[in-house]
Design a protein around this ligand. Structure first.
Ligand code: PLP
Length: 391
């Protein structure tokens, strides 16, 4: 083991099972390890580096801001934060943005706002949040409670009370639980990411939005993974023709720097008032300057290219030898392989392609601007690995 790997093993907390690779540098969708070996990056830091590694325009935006003001706290106005909030609202039809630093924190903000909204409007016992089985909403004690996967809960009891889970794509189950439990909100991912790249059905999402509107139960859409162009729409809810009451997002938003956002619609824009919520780092000018450069480039033309690449990838993968099923939307792709997903990922890595897993699937979240030939090269290797006989 190299010196660096042994230092990491000794001093970094054991929460991650790392691959035996040290990554040094990269450009776009190609990254290099300590031996100079190149890999096509089909994970983009779990959907974070939306425009790839060391993207030129993003780098200019970030370094220019770094030279001006790296942080000032939320006691003062700073330009990138205000402009990014404006852009997010213009592009979503939402009304106000609260900035934080991660996906879990964005969901915490959404949950706090939902509880306050319902407490003021309906009374203190309307606090429950309904989420879906097999969902993933984060690692804090509250967002773990929201996460509908028991194995994440086991060692960390008691979690924040007031969360119940219903089966995904079962409108009757979700709505009856929401009424029975006096729900403040229902929170969903339009495509369950960590749960195995499982898209929600159109009728389910639309029916749920109609139910929530009718009952004045808030609809929270967790766009941490699906947001910022990932599915071929700016936000995944836009594929379903609904308008959420609160959107949470993070991952790709900052293009590689930590940035989360809670985006409030008409019903919720004034719920959180002065002193109700806060974050020291939230809205950091460097992160926001980078995010502006990302979001400004995710326009209709760019999204159409994401969809074209997606269509090509789905048709290349579907029905291929060793591939059982392909799920997802845009450049969020789940591949159910005949071989165990972890074996496929390992073999791909040896052949120079970095992939992710989600449950029993191989998961691909490449940079949104991955050039077509690079994408084709990566998919070809993945297909070779899937088709190879196991020895
Ligand atoms: C990754 C993820 C989170 C958690 O985000 P962090 O930045 O790791 O806190 C929450 N929700 C969804 C849907 C995610 O994919």
């Amino acid at each position: 083991m190299s010196n660096l790997k042994s230092i990491d093993k000794e001093y970094v907390a054991n929460t991650y099972a790392r691959f035996p690779v040290e990554l040094l540098s990269g450009k776009g969708s190609v990254v290099k390890d300590e031996n100079g070996k190149k890999y096509i990056d089909m994970g983009s830091g779990i959907g974070v580096t939306a425009f790839g590694i060391a993207d030129d325009a993003w780098q200019v935006a970030v370094t220019e801001q770094l030279g001006k003001l790296q942080h000032m706290s939320n006691l003062y106005y700073t330009e990138p934060c205000a402009r990014l909030a404006q852009l997010l609202c213009q592009r979503t039809g939402m009304k106000k943005v609260f900035f934080c630093n991660s996906g879990a924190e964005a969901n915490e903000g959404a949950i706090k706002a939902a509880r306050k909204y319902a407490a003021e409007k309906k009374g203190a016992d309307w606090y429950t949040i309904v989420t879906l089985e097999n969902s993933f909403h984060g690692r804090t004690l509250t967002t773990l409670a929201a996460t509908g996967q028991a194995h994440y809960h086991e060692l960390f009891q008691p979690l924040t009370p007031g969360f119940v889970h219903a089966p995904a794509n079962d409108l009757e189950a979700v709505t009856s639980l929401a009424l029975e439990k006096k729900a403040a909100a229902v929170m969903i991912e339009c495509i369950q990411g960590e749960g195995g790249v499982i898209p929600m059905e159109q009728d389910f999402v639309r029916g749920l939005a109609a139910f929530c509107a009718e009952q004045d139960i808030l609809l929270l859409v967790d766009e941490v993974q699906t947001g910022n162009g990932r599915t071929g729409a700016l936000y995944a809810y836009m594929n379903y023709d609904i308008q959420p009451d609160i959107i949470s997002t993070a991952k790709g938003l900052g293009g590689g720097l930590p940035l989360g956002a809670v985006i409030f619609g008409e019903k919720t824009e004034y719920v959180l008032g002065s002193g109700d919520h806060g974050s020291t780092f939230g809205g950091n000018p460097v992160c926001c300057a980078g995010a502006l450069s990302i979001l400004n480039r995710i326009d209709d033309e760019f999204l159409a290219e994401v969809k074209q690449k997606s269509d090509w990838a789905f048709s290349a993968l579907r029905g291929a030898p060793g591939v059982e099923a392909v799920s997802g939307m845009g450049l969020m792709i789940g591949i159910k392989t005949v071989k165990p997903a972890s074996e496929v990922v390992k073999a791909c890595m040896e052949k120079g392609v970095l992939c992710l897993t989600a449950k029993d699937k191989v998961r691909l979240l490449p940079a949104l601007n991955i050039p077509m030939p690079v994408l084709q090269g990566a998919i070809q290797i993945i297909l070779e690995v899937c088709a190879e006989e196991t020895v």
